[in-house]
Write a protein that binds this ligand. Structure first.
Ligand SMILES: Cc1ncc(COP(=O)(O)O)c(C=O)c1O
Length: 448
């Protein structure tokens, strides 16, 4: 008998599939696997003591309130604290960039959400009808693409260079009349790229000229290694931009606590949609986070995160340099959580994943699903925050062996040997000549 739910699915649910990669990555949770796959913070750096004290304090003082239903927009104390924090970082970024002081953000321009993932869902509900065109970077955050796809969006994908989305490509995409553009100017997921101040100003100008709303997603801005990122797009285009923030990467993802900053009228609409999603975000989580902010523990905690993550990123880059084939190109993030690797044309990262898991006990995320309109089969995303530097050095070395074997399996001459099945894409790929050249470079280096 057909499943009585399955035969009645709404069309949007029929389109929602769990990806094959997600299924494969379930094994990445095994203790014998080193996983560079998830966007997981280092669990040993969670500020457990500060959280314990904060939880005890909010249950002791306003215990009943922390356990009661609360307002949909969020706790006013927390909204005020976030508004102050955002205002301070806007001011500091403007001063560094030599720009005028932006308007302060007020508590009524802050909406608390259940993680920034909920904000992505609410924004999609607010702005997207089935078939609507929207703009994303290419590649972009997978969880956002999933939320947009669930609302049946079509994508105009914007090219990136080392400085992030390019103004020329964004101009062309905005000219197609999208509903909005989703941009990650700071330590982007998945590439780790960050826009310079000059690029931010150029993007803000393009956006202003087009008059298209921007959703700026910024979960990683506080995780810079040396110096804070440039001004937010919201501070440069406040009327056109809503920005998303989260405590997931700075405090703990288990709190499921994020926020939206933007024009008050848009937030009221998002708040109406949030009512039917979850009434409000956990009052207990909000109380604990506010208590941690008030305790003054955050500056030292953030300093620790920045220095440990900087060291882990450096370890990963060193290991990639030493152990990946010379043909691999990779980003050099100045913060955040991810390094993005582009392998030789013809190498298929999704096919390498089961081999890396089985033979070398290492997991990564293949890059293709991050591309809104397909492509990028030869790319992968590596997380550097979850494992220690020693583990990273060793496991990246093992992953390098998988990649070297994949390159060695490329056909030796155009008419010659078949590729070893499963390692590379069909041998008619246009980039194979380049890959063969890189293989030669790699093996020369090995023998030296
Ligand atoms: C770019 C980006 N946006 C949003 C999210 C979702 O974060 P949250 O835990 O706040 O829902 C993530 C999580 O990894 C992310 O990388």
């Amino acid at each position: 008998m057909p499943n009585p739910f399955d035969v009645r699915l709404a069309s949007r649910a029929k389109g929602a599939k769990s990806s094959a990669i997600r299924e494969i990555l379930k094994v990445a949770a095994r203790p014998d696997i080193v996983s560079f796959a998830g966007g997981l913070p280092a669990p040993e750096l969670f500020p457990l003591e500060a959280m314990r004290r904060a939880a005890a304090a909010c249950l002791a003082q306003g215990g009943a309130q922390a356990l009661q239903y609360g307002p949909t927009d969020g706790d006013i104390g927390l909204r005020t604290a976030i508004a102050e924090q955002v205002t301070d970082s806007d001011k500091a970024a403007a001063a560094t960039a030599g720009l005028p002081v932006p308007q302060p953000v007020t508590a009524d321009q802050v909406l608390i959400t259940t993680g920034s993932q909920q904000a992505l869902d609410l924004v999609s509900k607010l702005l997207l009808d089935p078939g609507d065109l929207m703009v994303t970077e290419n590649p972009s955050y997978l969880g956002a693409l999933q939320a947009f796809r669930l609302h049946e969006a079509r994508f105009a994908a914007v090219d990136m260079d080392d400085d992030g989305a390019t103004p020329a490509s964004l101009t062309a995409a905005l000219a197609q009349g999208p509903k909005f553009a989703y941009l990650l100017p700071t330590f982007q997921n998945p590439t780790g790229r960050s826009m310079s101040t000059a690029r931010r100003l150029a993007i803000a100008e393009v956006v202003g000229a087009a008059g298209v709303p921007i959703v700026e997603d910024d979960p990683y801005g506080a995780l810079y290694f040396d110096r804070p990122p440039g001004p937010s797009l919201r501070s440069l285009q406040p009327e056109l931009t809503i920005s998303l923030g989260t405590f997931s990467k700075t405090l703990a993802p288990g709190l499921r606590l994020g926020w939206v900053v933007g024009p008050q009228e848009v937030l009221s609409r998002l708040s109406q949609l949030k009512q039917s999603a979850d009434l409000h975000t956990s009052t207990l989580s909000q109380s604990i986070a506010l208590e941690v902010l008030r305790s003054g523990a955050m500056p030292a905690h953030l300093a620790t995160l920045r220095s440990v993550y900087a060291e882990r990123c450096a370890a990963m880059l060193t290991a990639i340099e030493q152990c990946f084939p010379d043909s691999a190109r990779f980003t050099r993030p100045a913060g955040g959580m991810f390094v993005w690797v582009e392998l030789a044309e013809g190498v298929d990262a999704a096919r390498l994943l089961p081999i890396a898991l089985e033979q070398e006990k290492v997991a990564f995320v293949p890059g293709e699903p991050f591309h809104p309109n397909g492509g990028g089969e030869n790319t992968m995303r590596l997380n550097f925050t979850h494992a220690s530097s020693d583990v990273i050095l060793d496991a990246v070395g093992r992953l390098g062996r998988v990649l070297e074997r994949a390159l060695a399996a490329l056909p030796a001459c155009p008419s010659g040997h078949a590729a070893v099945p499963g390692l590379v894409r069909a041998p008619d790929s246009p980039g194979l000549e380049a890959s063969r050249r890189s293989r030669l470079t790699a093996s020369r280096r090995d023998s030296s």
